[in-house]
Design a protein around this ligand. Structure first.
Ligand code: AMP
Ligand code: ZN
Length: 473
């Protein structure tokens, strides 16, 4: 049996991964707050945990892995966006959720098995908060409910901080109703014009952290295998999730239960600098896919390849040069594997061993280079398939004509995305016109619906010219 080792933030060690139940390996990853396009940093955990998901499916079987990633659709940033744009909260969260799915599918991420929205689990959150109050881990004060950090002796264990260090180092919100400045909000009051739900503490809405504790409990149970996210979430978000879940389920002394393995990806930078709007090096996944600021678009598979070239626990630098190299490598490898008329799946042992060694994707890619050099094409193709790079990424399962170039496919995908955007905006006359023009060039646009989420598929039947396709964008 293949042995997977993962670095567990909880123990700060690389450990052999043994699932609680081999028939149902369970993973939870914190998802986005849906008020705006995902920036390229947000795609890092998505791609990293997608590769882990694929590896787990390979080792334990595709029907024996449950992957949950949430959508945070109640948050003050969303309220602010609604207020400033004059649009409804639901319109903003629906639109952003669809964008997120389109963008993450475009970088080759499989949809998780469950994608719960926080607002659909308010009842479960209220129940969990009531339980915490009953057990003395939380208290109601002035319409708020706060978690009492001193009631959980292991608070801070994940990130390795004491409560005193946290108070000294953090920008904590001091409020008169807090017993300890580190106590965090489980529930807060809403005014009439803010989103809210009736609760034992009045009309209000949940704090951020409780949703992941409630949704992971509902969908994965009290204990599960892996919890992931970016390392900026380790404190306070993950620390608070642990406190809530352990205390709600009777593990306040041993800190047990909840997630066995905690995995954190490092941050992404751009051209050596922290990404920020003021430095002008901030861009979204969509900017990158479609082209921005005079730069050409980068196909999703190239983005994916660049991301996987750096180990997830190292800071990663996005550079245009890396994208160029990645594109050249993928083109070369696909040229090599294109004539293969077998679907035999046989990744090399070294390739698998690299992935199983704490998801060492750069070592796995180095092995692919070796396989390409030695013309071990079945192993090359199989390795690429395992990490979701065997072919250009399409929206959905569009069938590709033979000999379609990456450029053509990238353009067809962008046309599909543009068509979807018209449809989302209910601009059906523009959508229909675009569909017709695309069809005239041999690109058929269709919509597929899964889990209530729509995505567009471009199927290339003819041999459209790059120039003609560009004309539609
Ligand atoms: P947010 O919507 O800000 O909560 O972020 C969603 C996910 O993206 C979280 O897992 C974050 O840790 C992750 N994330 C945010 N910024 C970056 C970055 N620059 N590099 C890598 N991951 C990031
Ligand atoms: Zn979370």
């Amino acid at each position: 049996m293949t042995v997977i080792k993962l670095t567990n933030t909880k123990t700060r060690k690389k450990e052999v991964f043994e699932p609680i139940d081999r028939n149902n390996v369970r993973m939870y990853v914190c998802g986005p707050t849906v008020y705006d396009r995902a920036h390229i940093g947000n795609a890092r955990p998505v791609i990293v945990f997608d590769v882990l998901y694929r590896l787990l499916r390979h080792v334990y079987g595709p029907d024996h892995v449950t992957y949950v990633r949430n959508f945070t659709d109640v948050d003050d940033k969303i309220n602010a966006r609604a207020a400033e744009s004059g649009r409804s909260i639901r319109e903003i969260t629906d639109e952003t959720t669809q964008w997120y799915l389109d963008d993450m599918r475009a970088v080759g991420a499989l949809d998780p098995n469950e994608m719960p929205r926080a607002t659909e689990y308010i009842g479960a959150m209220i129940e969990m908060i009531e339980g915490l109050i009953d057990k003395g881990h939380a208290y109601a004060a002035e319409g708020h409910v706060l978690f009492a950090v001193e009631s959980y002796e292991k608070y801070g264990a994940l990130s390795g901080r004491s409560i005193d260090d946290m108070i000294a180092g953090a920008r904590v919100e001091v409020a008169p109703y807090k017993r300890n400045p580190m106590d965090f909000v489980l529930w807060k009051p809403s005014s009439e014009d803010q989103p809210g739900w009736d609760s034992p503490w009045g009309y209000g809405r949940p704090g951020w952290h409780i949703e992941c504790s409630a949704m992971s409990y509902e969908l994965l149970g009290e204990s599960f295998d892996i919890h992931g996210g970016g390392n900026d979430l380790m404190f306070p978000h993950h620390e608070n999730e642990i406190a809530q879940s352990c205390c709600a389920h009777g593990h306040e002394h041993d800190g047990g239960g909840f997630a066995n393995f905690w995995l954190h990806n490092e941050m992404l930078q751009v051209e050596g600098k922290k990404m920020s709007k003021s430095l002008g090096n901030f861009f979204t996944v969509r900017d990158l896919l479609d082209g921005h600021d005079g730069m050409a678009g980068v196909p999703g598979e190239v983005i994916r390849f660049v991301f996987l070239s750096t180990h997830y626990r190292k800071p990663m630098d996005w550079t245009a040069e890396k994208a160029e190299q990645a594109k050249a490598t993928l083109t070369k490898w696909w040229d090599l594997t294109a004539p293969l008329d077998t679907h035999e799946f046989a990744p090399s042992e070294k390739f698998l061993a690299a992935l199983c060694d704490d998801l060492n994707t750069p070592a796995a890619i180095a092995e692919l280079h070796r396989l390409a050099k030695e013309k071990d094409l079945v192993a090359l193709q199989s390795g690429l398939e395992l990490i979701g790079l065997a072919e250009p990424i399409t929206f959905g399962q569009g069938s590709l004509g033979v000999g379609v170039s990456i450029e053509t496919l990238g353009l067809a995908n962008r046309i599909a995305a543009k068509w979807m955007a018209y449809r989302t905006a209910k601009d059906f006359s523009q959508a229909d016109a675009l569909k017709k023009e695309a069809s005239n060039l041999g690109v058929e646009l269709t919509v597929t619906k899964e889990n209530n989420v729509q995505s567009a598929t471009a199927t290339i039947n003819g041999a459209p010219s790059v120039q003609d396709l560009e004309g539609l964008l």
